[in-house]
Design a protein around this ligand. Sequence first.
Ligand SMILES: [Fe+2]
Length: 285
Amino acid sequence: MNDIALEDRVALDAWYVVAAADELRPGRTRCVTLLGRRLEVTRRGCGEVEVAPEAGGGALPVALRFGYVWTTLGAPAAEVFAIPEYEEPDRRNLNAGSIGVRTSAPRVVENFLDMGHLPIVHTDVLGVEARAEIKPYRVDVTAEPDQILATRCRIFQPMSSLAATEGFEVDYTFRVPHPYCAVLYKSSAVDPARNDVIAIFVQPVDQDHSIAHMLVSGLDRTNSDQAIRAFQQFIFGQDRPILENQIPARLPLDPRAEIPIRIDATSSAYRRWLREKGVRYGVLA
Ligand SMILES: [Fe+2]
């Protein structure tokens, strides 16, 4: 048991993904770890999903959203945040993978928000080194809803998604509605008037280990689920060694930390937001 989780009301009262709903077989139990606690996730014969601490103590709240099973160790003030696009009838919604990473949940989220790494880490796919400059964009932090929104983030991408047939300047919006989850909206290669949505729901296994659960809600009508998943996992496979080499694993929230490493506007807003919320789990306060 990790005591810091007990002191972190924000972390305790949040909802977390602990499994992909379609990977749970009826009548079977899967053991998972969340905030250092061992939990059992069971799909009953009737289809209902239960989550309970391995040590006993009764069932935990469960929500099924976005193809994933969510639970909490505390008492969330609200439901799991909404992603309205997910409900649009012509969307392809799929669990794009659940990938273990040896680092803290906030490191995974911060990397997901960082435009600057795209030309360097995902060279010739999500960016090109010759056009690596990031134009100014806007970051807003609001209380109602409680989230960070970075808008008008633009970058040239040779292959913005598997459905892209040519490079173009992609417009991104990043949204952080949860300390360990982020949603990005990027111009769709299929329909320029709409966005593909990619979300990352990070399960903090403990302070230094995470599972990144990915959702793709896109407009691609040509590629198979398997190919779309493989593309997302290829991209995340490029991020993973970078993430695992970041030291310390816990995200430093002190604004003086990690100088002179360049920190972009969204990252610094994210660190400030976590600090102001009083998040302790997975960070160095
Ligand atoms: Fe990346």
